[in-house]
Design a protein around this ligand. Sequence first.
Ligand code: COA
Length: 437
Amino acid sequence: MAEEALSIVDKRTQAAYEIPISNGTIRAMDLRQIKTGPDDFGLMTYDPAFMNTASCRSAITFIDGDKGILRYRGYPIEQLAEKCTFLEVAYLVLFGELPTEPQLKEWVSQVTHHTMLHETTKRFLEGFRYDAHPMGMLVSTVAALSTVYPEAKHVLDPNVRKLQITRLIGKMPTIAAYTYRHSLGYPYVYPDNDLSYSENFMNMLWKMMEPKYQANPVMARALDILFILHADHEQNCSANTMRAAGSSQADPFLSTAAAAAALSGPLHGGANEEVLRMLDVIGSKDKVPAYIEKVKAGQFKLMGFGHRIYKNYDPRASIIKWAADSVFEVTGRNPKLEIALELERIALEDEYFIKRKLYPNVDFYSGIIYQAMGFKPEIFTVLFAIPRTAGWLAQWQEMIQDPEQKIARPRQVFTGHMIRDFVPLEKRGMPAAAATA
Ligand code: COA
């Protein structure tokens, strides 16, 4: 008998079953033996939106949503944000341990030497309309990298995987910066290998005629912290998409493009862009109470509030508020901050939000900082995609190496017509009896 087990009696048949419990879960496949007869398919679980289904075992990111805990590979997010660079954290997330000094040097050098885009990829980017949304450009360009590196399809070869991981971490800021410059009509800026990851990104975004770009160190550090906070978030919508697409052994560029597409939605990475639009709609601090009433009446959601997992507070939101202060010292206070703070104050006191455990999430403040730094809202989700690429690739690599994983293929509960006779075109639209007559 299993040490921890669940006893089930099927009231349809009175048969009793014992299902082993391991790590607080039962295996859905263990339910298949529960049948009403030999022709019965067996019991399945129904779980739209994966509300209570673990789809994998993972050793990357730990979240305790009730306590507001987020850890990468066991290290608290607060410590990593304070003490590490983004590339150090990306290494940790991707390879399981914090790098030693030589490992970090080697990793930074490799990533730095993979930041260039092939000129044909640059020309591909030039083909987008002047007002193309940067996220659409990013998704398409990441997918297009698959055509530049056809060897990426050998996903079972660890050396090939490592090279594509390095390429993606290196090229993501370059693609992101090019999408931004394209939307402004500015010429593209090539990567500068003397600069750190964040500084080089800023260089590619904002360098104009000066011979050498000098990044503001406070802004570069704030950007690095924002990247650290966004590096991974266990089985969120885009990570799940990465795993699902990658489970068919699609190459990592195509799987990353799929994950980035999932990120673009307003309920996921697109939320920070929506927060800014919402603050624009509200307009001023005194209009906040009226706006909250409309949210409570179900007219729309308060963007940047609520989370599937965090039901107490989002630890990333607290760190962002702290990073915001350093940015505002350089840029001056973003006037939208007043509205955001008022929104947060009122919402946190309101029964509607308290009862539903709705708190500000990471997107509530990140957009305000990004705007203060000079970014347009359209680019916010692209800024999210850069660091999250580390998480997607870590999830992908873990999935590929997990002997229990197969091509992801959920079951369904079929609710359609079981079988119908074909109706010729001239008889369609007639009452069913006449059509079949
Ligand atoms: N504003 C107002 N009400 C909200 C809300 C929000 N941002 N988020 C959730 N709710 C309400 C729902 O309407 C629902 O109310 P009900 O019980 O009266 O029907 C209740 O809270 C539970 O919400 P639900 O949609 O079931 O939660 P979820 O776990 O499926 O959704 C999110 C999580 C993140 C998708 C959701 O909170 C949301 O859409 N937030 C805004 C978008 C956002 O900021 N996304 C970024 C996430 S990092």
